[in-house]
Design a protein around this ligand. Structure first.
Ligand SMILES: [Zn+2]
Length: 97
């Protein structure tokens, strides 16, 4: 019996293709972003999905923060609309966001 590579195994061994550890799919190298260190480990689809999820979590956290601290939120909104918020950033209030 010979241990001949199957189509999937051959695809995994191809230098033109790479397996994404997040979605387990073997994709073309063009489907992975490049960094100065080389190809990203995750494919672009998985990176986008991760980024989208992180963005939704941040939005949910901001909504909760506003719901729990409405007076502070509206006071800060008034400051920003008045254009005098640069003094807050200079004092380090911008670091809290
Ligand atoms: Zn993926």
């Amino acid at each position: 019996m010979h241990d001949e590579p199957t189509g999937v195994r051959a695809a995994l061994q191809s230098p033109e293709r790479k397996r994404c550890p997040a979605c387990q799919q073997v994709k073309h190298r063009a489907d992975f972003s490049t960094t100065p260190a080389g190809l990203c480990s995750r494919c672009q689809d998985c990176k986008r999905a991760t980024s989208r999820l992180a963005s939704r979590r941040r939005q949910a956290a901001v909504r909760l923060l506003i719901a729990f601290h409405p007076e502070e939120y509206h006071a800060l909104l008034r400051l920003v609309r008045g254009g005098s918020w640069s003094c807050l950033i200079e004092r380090g209030a911008g670091d809290a966001a």
